[in-house]
Design a protein around this ligand. Sequence first.
Ligand SMILES: [Zn+2]
Length: 155
Amino acid sequence: MNSKKKEISSKPSLTYLLGRACEDCGEPIADQERKTKRHCSEYVDENGIHHNCRRRKYQKKHQIHEDRLLDWAAVQRQTKTKIEETVATHGEFVNLQILEAYGIALNNYITISHGYQESYLEFLGYNIIINPFKQSIKIQKHDKPRSNVDDRTLS
Ligand SMILES: [Zn+2]
């Protein structure tokens, strides 16, 4: 007696009506795949190379993030050099024209805080203290980032 065969061969053919695609390589994802699927399934190709679109997408994201951080750190170091040159030439009291001439962009500050009449812009190694009422700008060397400095040292 022959056992009854299960009908597993008649899988429905895949459709792509939803237009889903892998978020990394853009390969279409079949409608029959689970709803949360956003990447190709992991597979090993004929050369033994592991393909994992999901992991690759996150690696790319991470890389972009790191590149931006490196850019930001580079800008901070450049700004520090420019501030040092400014202080060496003009001393600690400067004005906007001088800062502009040295290419110091005030909006590149690391942190900013506002006092009674003054704003403190923290840069690498220096604070730039701006008093808009007196229209004065003072460059103050600091050894530590503001976040570690007691508030009383500012007033
Ligand atoms: Zn893919």
